[in-house]
Design a protein around this ligand. Structure first.
Ligand code: HEM
Ligand code: HEM
Length: 209
């Protein structure tokens, strides 16, 4: 007999999730080059985050922040119970899952923002170009001692003044990667603990009632 299931994840959350995962992979693995591909993936992520933010207030029940924002005490209690196989099953995001959604969204937002800032600082391009000064120019290098990279920095071709945004962007990108790995570990542990295939639910949108 087939198990009774209920609809949990709406199409925006599901299509958005796999699109987000793909765009993150493309952005991370391309490491800035080719620039059009990297920026396209990054802007896609930024645009989806904006849509998901609004959806978190007006979307269906399980997509709403109010349904998966739990107190830190509940998050810790859930994480303590999970490896012991005693964690409570949740139809929507669990307390730890909900906290991870927020952490991922913040870190992805920081990555996308710092990427745009880096593009402005390095090339004087992108949506933040009017707000963040271009530091990585030949002009800037002329007023400072001229720095010449001996071909060991493939992206800068002898230009001076690396922007601090490069470090900020790299730290955020790697923080996001770390969160993604924890996210995958959490999904795997919760799937085992509650004997259900959570990734499949993110495809079909349905979970055991
Ligand atoms: C193959 C890799 C991945 C798998 C199998 C996977 C699986 C899942 C599952 C099962 C959920 C629902 C969790 C729950 O039941 O509470 C989820 C949610 C989520 N995942 Fe992933 N994930 C993957 C990759 C990623 C990546 C790369 C990112 C971000 C860069 C990401 C970001 C998110 C976000 C933001 C949510 C919350 C969805 C929402 O409420 O809109 N995931 N993921
Ligand atoms: C949110 C997803 C994003 C991820 C995961 C990501 C990831 C990365 C990574 C890993 C690097 C290489 C860092 C290094 O080793 O120095 C990089 C470089 C870069 N990213 Fe992003 N990025 C994202 C979004 C963006 C956006 C939205 C923009 C601008 C529109 C952008 C612009 C750049 C630029 C200009 C570089 C430097 C290329 C160079 O080396 O000169 N990134 N990014």
């Amino acid at each position: 007999m087939q198990e009774a299931t209920v609809k949990v994840w709406d199409p925006l959350v599901r299509i958005g999730h796999w699109g987000l995962a793909l765009a993150f992979l493309v952005a991370y693995l391309s490491e800035g080059e080719p620039e059009w591909l990297h920026s396209f993936a990054g802007y896609t992520i930024a645009a989806y985050l904006a849509v998901r933010l609004v959806w978190g207030f007006i979307g269906p029940k399980h997509a709403r922040f109010s349904s998966f924002l739990f107190s830190p005490r509940k998050v810790i209690a859930y994480l303590r119970d999970l490896p012991r196989g005693k964690s409570e099953r949740h139809l929507g995001h669990s307390p730890a899952g909900g906290a991870m959604v927020i952490a991922l969204m913040l870190s992805l937002g920081g990555t996308a923002f710092s990427g745009m800032a880096l593009l402005a600082a390095e090339e004087g391009e992108g949506p933040l170009a009017g707000y963040i000064a271009q530091t990585d120019t030949l002009g800037a290098a002329q007023t400072a001692p001229v720095v010449r990279y001996e071909g060991n920095d493939e992206h800068h071709e002898g230009r001076g003044d690396d922007s601090v945004w490069e470090d900020v962007h790299e730290v955020f990108a790697n923080l996001t990667l770390l969160l993604v790995l924890l996210h995958l570990a959490g999904v795997a542990m919760a799937s085992i603990a509650h004997n259900e295939n959570l990734p499949r639910s993110m495809v079909t949108g349905r979970k055991r009632a």
